[in-house]
Design a protein around this ligand. Structure first.
Ligand code: M6R
Length: 378
């Protein structure tokens, strides 16, 4: 069943190019070009979800919450809709004041996470019997449309990732982010917030991702496996990112914590100097996600500040970047893509790093201690 891979997690990491292809096939019109009358994206959702939409509220836990943070960036930047993302477990006990014309999205791979289901049910209940602009509009993003989530909400985006056995989510994270690209583009098209030529450009970029993920897997895995040997005694890691890649820093840290039991923190790189920089010394490696785009130079200078504290610096960087080669001790290069598309490539080396550090320590990667695949209790 593991098809020659040592663990399900590694097999699932390698399934990601295929998952991205399936999502693109399911969500987008492969022959669409700017100016065509049929829409570029079709998610088969009830049109009432989109009507007069003013806000989006996303509820999720764990890795799904990280996907939601990438989603917020896409929905705000592409479709211009103010979007809030909250942990379902927090929202339940301190819900935001009711806003009119709000799409409430629950993101849950399993469709069974108790807190996410309860937060959505609560939202449905408190919006019932109010004036029409407050009535509930619920959407689920899940890998299991036949789950409890499916019973609760009428509209679902299926992430088509196939069953995921490793407790640490990998391919389902990438698929959730794909669902958010599709939703953001669908809304941008309907609301005319982007020129059609820009939508076409993003779709062309998305279609190149599967091949680019394959390239990262082929070119990086052996190197990362070797690199993992160097962290046999390491007790703490810091992951830095900014903008659309801040959630990727959180996700890289979560993967490492879950399966290697190493303490790891994800930070927005610009926040380091407000406290966490005090943690740094030669024993704490820093992984910085420095993708081409609006914050590239900023992340590099944040990384240099860490280097000045003797931290070992690992950079997830665009391929062939001379400046990055000078800054980092170790490079995990990914193909150059526009910033908007970079999270899906940046997360791959971080998944491999967490995997190989844990496997090297001889840990039970697929069934880490204290964790269950879905958390069905509060
Ligand atoms: O099934 P869900 O997406 O609702 O699960 C949410 C979290 O429990 C889950 O993402 C957890 O954080 C994973 N183990 C992450 O790898």
């Amino acid at each position: 069943e593991k098809q020659g891979f040592k663990h399900f997690m590694l097999k699932e990491i390698y399934e990601q190019p295929g998952v991205v292809r399936v999502c693109l096939e399911a969500y987008t019109n492969s022959t669409w070009e700017a100016g065509q009358t049929t829409p570029p994206v079709n998610l088969d959702l009830d049109p009432s979800l989109y009507q007069d939409l003013q806000h989006i509220q996303i509820l999720a836990c764990g890795t799904s919450w990280h996907a939601a943070l990438v989603g917020k960036y896409l929905l705000e930047q592409l479709a211009g809709i103010p979007t809030m993302v909250q942990y379902a477990s927090e929202f339940r006990y301190a819900p935001a004041p009711l806003m009119a014309n709000t799409l409430v999205i629950g993101v849950t791979q399993s469709g069974e996470t108790a807190d996410t289901l309860a937060a959505l049910a609560m939202e449905q209940e408190r919006r019932a019997n109010l004036e029409p602009q407050f009535s509930p509009r619920l959407l689920g993003i899940t890998n299991r449309p036949e789950s409890s989530l499916g019973n609760l909400v009428d509209n679902i985006i299926d992430i088509h990732a196939g069953i995921e056995i490793g407790v640490a989510a990998t391919k389902t994270f990438v698929a959730q982010v794909m669902a958010f690209y599709a939703l953001a583009l669908e809304l941008a098209y309907r609301r005319h917030t982007l020129p059609e030529s820009r939508i076409e450009e993003i779709l062309v970029g998305l279609r190149q991702l599967p091949g680019q993920i394959e390239l990262v897997l082929e070119s990086q895995e052996r190197y990362i496996e070797e690199l993992a040997h160097e962290f046999g005694e390491t007790q703490d890691f810091i992951f830095l990112g900014r903008g659309i890649n801040f959630p990727i820093a959180l996700e890289g840290a979560l993967k490492l914590k879950e399966i290697s039991y190493i303490h790891a923190e994800g930070y927005p790189a610009g926040e380091m100097k407000h406290g966490p920089i005090a943690l740094l010394d030669a024993k704490v490696p820093v992984v910085a996600i420095a993708m081409a785009g609006s914050v590239y130079d900023k992340v590099l200078s944040n990384a240099q500040e860490a280097k000045a504290r003797d931290a070992r610096l690992i950079g997830v960087t665009p391929m062939d970047e001379k400046e990055a080669e000078e800054t980092f001790d170790d490079l995990l290069p990914v193909p150059v893509v526009e910033e908007l598309l970079s999270p899906i490539l940046a997360v791959i080396p971080l998944q491999l790093l967490a995997y190989h550090i844990a496997a090297r320590r001889g840990l039970d990667v697929d069934q880490p201690r204290n964790l269950a695949k879905s958390v069905t209790v509060e």
